[in-house]
Design a protein around this ligand. Sequence first.
Ligand SMILES: [Zn+2]
Length: 399
Amino acid sequence: MKIAVLVPDGAADLPLDQLDGKTPLEAANIPNTDRVAVLGATGTARMVPAGMPAGSDVANLSLFGYDPSEHYGGRGPIEAANLGISVPSGWTAFRCNLVATDSGRMLDYSAGHIGQQEAGEVMAALEEKLADEQTRFHQGKSYRNIMLIEGDYSGLECTAPHDITGEPLEGNMPEGPGSERIIELMKRSRDVLRGLDVNERLAAAGRPKADMIWLWGQGVSMELESYKERFGLSGGVISAVDLVNGLGRLMGLRPIEVQGATGFLDTNYAGKGQAAVEALSGDDFVYVHVEAPDEASHIGGIEEKVKALERFDSFVVKPVLDFLFEQGDFRLLVCPDHPTLISTLTHDASPVPFAACGVGIPEGGSTSFSEAEAREGRFRIEQGWRLMSYLSGKSPWPA
Ligand SMILES: [Zn+2]
């Protein structure tokens, strides 16, 4: 049996006056996604456990079928996995942003989206002058790098640098057990980076300098049972987002690169749909994640969100559904990871609507895929990570 999970990131929303009281899913013309709801079961699933942050990493971990309250330990180890960096047992992986500061304030959490070459020079200087037996620096992508440090720093409270743009650094530093060491590294990084050649060049070009590191998003090494062991499935992940690919790698799934998959509104939807069909030709499983509806929500783009959902429907859901019908036994799930609300421009932790169809999945009487119909649907899955157990057949589909 072939199994496909299709994820329109942040698709779920609330009714909007600008859409005559409809949600973006209700306003969008999505006949293929509707068909999944008509042919199969609908309901809601809570992907973000109570008390956890409504991040895409937590929510996608649930959707992949792992309980975040048991397995999630921060984005650091997931990003490290995606970069092929193994976190030794007993060590902690931190996200190490290269940031630009000014007079003790956070100027830019990305050091002007520093280029790969420049970031490489900065990380090399840090590894040379700040690393020791217990502390290592690894280059990632642009401003998004990794620091590994021996010990368990998971109890530390750190602030994301993109949340404090323009704010003073003091008062936003890490707090809790072990914070002295982490703060010391952040402060010492300023001495290492001040006057560095690459920073002189950036300044001369009128660009922000990478004059400090900001450590956050930490977690201890994260080991997940592989997909093969857990669900008896092997296959691939299609996403432009590092965190989603990193989760896939931790589960032994193969990240499949698609040309023009940007993670933004202009992403290559058709390329993703095509890659999904190709993956399913050989493997039994594919997980397709499209970031665009989430991006549209973060900028309050109602029209863009509706358009992103329609493209996802035409260019991802349709080819996958058509292919699965042609080739035989299958199960298909369409489910956002979390709602992203146009009204707040941010993620929400409430349960998401889902629709699943295929062998052994009962018909539920829905007429379309929407938040309201899903709430009327037959299934209410409080531990959303169990949905994948049902879909894979590891557990029987609930009665
Ligand atoms: Zn998300």
